[in-house]
Design a protein around this ligand. Structure first.
Ligand SMILES: NC(=O)C1=CN([C@@H]2O[C@H](COP(=O)(O)OP(=O)(O)OC[C@H]3O[C@@H](n4cnc5c(N)ncnc54)[C@H](O)[C@@H]3O)[C@@H](O)[C@H]2O)C=CC1
Ligand SMILES: O=C(O)CCC(=O)C(=O)O
Length: 529
């Protein structure tokens, strides 16, 4: 039974599939301190958070069972990603579920700012009928959007409908896409100098921290307004207050703060030109359901060892590539396991060769599964697809990959070679055969045809008459039933191999007897778990 801890308020409807899963127990414990979380985290397999829980290195250090941290939202700045990767904890997020909601909040903030709605509301309910609040229209104003990702692009679309001219900047924004969106691709400097409104939609990174600060405020249009519904710190808070005092900025609307929650004496909380909300950008029924559904689904996949998407601590892969690779994950991992078990030496290099159909795609996710398979012999459950390459490199094991479209007789072929410092090599090749599934087709360059499952017995021997009979008789007399047998040799009378599928694991004494049979050099059981 997997135990899942939900440590922030997350939509009940959204996590319903987790609650209803018969292999999962969900417990909700919100508002815990770091020390309280440290006390209880060792018993959990998955942790679901929003932005309140800070998932620190100290927490992960004791989280011995933790396989996945699910962030019901976009930003993962509350999770120590480096610590998670080092420990093989997969971090996933839900990047799409709150886009529209957060865009609408940014828009609401911009409109509230333009028309002083919060200030007017506060006055009205306090009994003062004050009609001096004079606003501005959005129409014909220049809106600068910094960060044209999911949310920034949606804000730009809506602003266009309001008749605004949009200047957009994003390191990944091309002329072509800007044109498609009907916006003007601009530099940060052009935006800062010309915009009547600026809205930021970038993550907080070393590059975006204080990207709007004193030097930018100094050259801004007098009377401009600024919105931050992305991350506290993208706009320098103290420089903003100064710019308001100097009459450069007419007003600001912030949903996020450099430190959340802000201290009671934070200057934003006492400035009538600054309107604030307590990080509510993603807080709608719809968004909370969307992100919780998304993240719950992925957590279930991860706990059940099934393919998943949106891992933050692994390089992104296009869905089309992922769809193509997913059927190979199990095969790749088993090839890695088999190669590792055949190899008795220290591994210096793991070489993976992809041929045929696999030559054309980014195979990096598949390589992670293969390396996981190789390392699982020694690392057991401590290795997974997040940390497999990291673990190999940390032990000075070189991981090399080649891809070639030559089919080698198969439509797709994965060959894994383990190289030892003394020059010894072991290689295993496998393919996905249409209608037959995963097959191992070569072991140490001997052609074979084996399904990588169940109990396998690998025997290396000299090619002499009667070998098959000797082995069969010995196994039979020990009540070990043979389901299938493959014999491979390169030359008549030379070195050869036998690979047998047996119905149950062979007892250790049977392996000892096998090794003592004449002409047998090695007899070894192979495991695929
Ligand atoms: N207030 C709230 O409750 C919410 C806040 N957010 C935050 O909003 C931000 C944007 O979210 P999404 O649009 O979903 O992310 P996204 O990843 O789709 O877009 C972010 C964009 O910022 C761009 N960017 C990175 N560095 C930049 C730079 N130096 N200058 C200009 N652009 C730069 C990226 O290229 C990317 O296109 C994130 O920080 C996210 O955490 C998201 C949801 C809710
Ligand atoms: O969970 C929340 O409400 C915060 C949303 C957010 O900031 C994000 O998704 O990046």
């Amino acid at each position: 039974m997997f135990k899942v801890l939900v440590s922030d308020p997350i939509s009940d409807l959204g996590i319903q599939q987790l609650v209803e899963a018969n292999d999962v127990v969900v417990e909700k414990k919100t508002g815990l301190s770091e020390d309280e979380l440290i006390q209880i985290i060792p018993e959990y397999d998955a942790l679901l958070v929003r932005s309140q829980t800070k998932v620190t290195d100290r927490i992960m250090e004791v989280a011995k069972n933790l396989k996945v941290i699910g962030r019901a939202g976009v930003g993962v700045d509350n999770i120590n990603l480096e610590a998670a990767t080092k420990r093989g904890i997969i971090v996933i997020n839900a990047p799409d579920g709150n886009t529209i909601t957060t865009c609408e909040h940014a828009f609401a903030m911009m409109m509230a700012l333009a028309r002083h709605i919060p200030q007017a509301y506060a006055k009205t309910i306090s009994g003062t009928w004050d009609r001096k609040f004079l606003g501005v229209e959005l129409r014909n104003k220049k809106l600068g959007v910094l960060g044209m990702g999911r949310i920034g692009s949606e804000v730009a679309k809506r602003a266009k409908v309001f008749g605004m001219d949009i200047l957009g900047y994003d390191p990944f924004l091309t002329e072509e896409r800007a044109e498609k969106l009907g916006i003007k691709l601009s530099s940060v400097d052009e935006i800062v100098r010309n915009a009547d409104f600026i809205t930021v939609h970038t993550p907080l990174t070393p590059e975006t921290k204080h990207m709007i600060s004193r030097p930018q405020f100094e050259v801004m249009k007098k009377g401009m307004r600024i919105v931050n519904c992305a991350r506290g710190g993208v706009v320098d808070e103290l420089a903003l207050v100064e710019a308001i005092d100097q009459g450069i900025v007419a007003g600001a609307a912030f949903d996020v703060f450099e430190k959340e929650p802000p201290e009671a004496d934070h200057p934003f909380l006492h400035n009538p030109k600054i309107i604030v909300t307590p990080h509510l950008g993603a807080s709608t029924v719809e968004a909370q359901e969307n992100v919780a559904i998304d993240v719950s689904e992925q957590v279930l996949h991860i706990l059940r060892n099934e393919p998943f998407k949106n891992a933050v601590n692994m390089p992104p892969v296009a869905p089309s590539v992922m769809n193509k690779l997913t059927p190979y994950f199990g095969l790749g991992e088993k090839i890695g396991m088999l190669a590792a078990q055949l190899n008795q030496e220290a591994v210096q290099e793991i070489h993976v060769d992809y041929a045929g159909d696999l030559a054309e795609v980014d195979t990096q996710p598949l390589t992670r599964y293969i390396i996981k398979g190789v390392l699982s012999r020694h690392f057991g459950d401590d290795v997974n697809i997040v940390n497999s390459i990291h673990l190999a490199k940390a032990r000075d094991v070189k991981v090399s990959v080649t891809q070639a479209s030559a089919t080698k007789g198969f439509t797709n072929l994965i060959t894994v070679t383990l190289k030892a410092p003394n020059g010894t090599e072991h290689s295993v090749a496998g393919t996905l055969l249409n209608g037959y599934g995963a097959r191992i087709v070569q072991i140490d360059k001997y052609p074979v045809d084996i399904a990588p499952e169940g109990h396998l017995l690998f025997i290396s021997h000299n090619d002499k008459p009667g070998m098959v009979g000797h082995v069969g008789t010995l196994l039979g007399s020990n009540d070990v039933n043979i389901a299938s047998m493959q014999v491979g040799r390169k030359i008549v009378g030379g070195a050869a191999i036998m690979v047998l599928t047996i119905d149950k694991a062979a007892p250790a004494e049977v392996l000892d007897h096998l090794i003592n049979l004449p002409e047998i050099n090695k007899a070894q059981q192979i495991f695929f778990v």
